[in-house]
Design a protein around this ligand. Structure first.
Ligand SMILES: [Zn+2]
Length: 219
């Protein structure tokens, strides 16, 4: 490789780096624009609304409801989360196959393009469609992934903790009112204990310890 080739290669790299930087800053500005626009969030992948990650600490800005929520039910989607956008698929399934007016959950956490994002679901003003007997009192959060086969990643758990804590600040929901889907089978009289309940419904996954998750909220 002669010196000219090296210089040309260097300049080419420099140019392509600059170009990437430029694209990044444009999309960053686009995010900023959405953040300032009151309840407007970033929209990508067929109308799916994404809450910019740091905006989780500004959740109050998006909390456009007077509805008194009493608890939260945590779910998993039981789908394989690779690089697909399962949130879109869940939305389509709930609206097109089930014929519901919107996706059943209020929030989701999914890995998209190699990074976890907060997905916005059903309006906070209306009852959800995720847990029999709890839809009008409890918000539904869905972790996209299958935690029957492997536990959720630490990153996803941290995001869930952040989201739940912010919701607690806005609603006063107590730690004991944060439930895994299977736990609702016990008060509903459908199961006597964890084993029986999880045999009917394992959600949010056999490898997801709801008990351990609640402990994260205590600190
Ligand atoms: Zn569930």
């Amino acid at each position: 490789m002669n010196i000219l080739t090296v210089v040309l290669k260097f300049l080419k790299n420099l140019f392509s780096n600059e170009k990437t930087k430029e694209t990044k800053s444009v999309s960053k500005n686009a995010d900023a624009k959405n953040i300032t626009g009151d309840t407007k969030m970033e929209t990508k992948n067929e109308g799916i609304q994404i809450l910019p990650i740091l905006e989780i600490y500004n959740l109050r800005k998006y909390w456009n409801t007077e509805r008194q929520w009493e608890g939260i039910v945590v779910h998993h989607s039981q789908t394989k989360d690779l690089q697909t956008v399962d949130w879109t698929e869940i939305f389509k399934y709930h609206t097109e196959v089930n014929g519901w007016q919107d996706i059943g959950y209020n929030f989701g956490i999914e890995k998209q393009d190699n990074q976890y994002v907060f997905c916005i679901g059903r309006s906070l003003n209306i009852a959800g469609a995720h847990t029999k007997g709890y839809n009008s009192s409890h918000l539904g959060i869905c972790l996209v992934g299958n935690y029957d086969v492997a536990p959720p990643s630490e990153e996803q758990l941290i995001m869930l903790t952040d989201l739940v804590i912010q919701i607690q600040h806005l609603t006063g929901i107590k730690n004991e009112a944060i439930l895994g889907h299977w736990e609702t089978y016990i008060p509903r009289g459908l199961a006597k204990n964890q084993k029986e309940a999880q045999a009917i419904k394992s959600c949010p996954g056999l490898m997801f310890s709801v008990e351990e998750f609640r402990k994260r909220l205590e600190v």
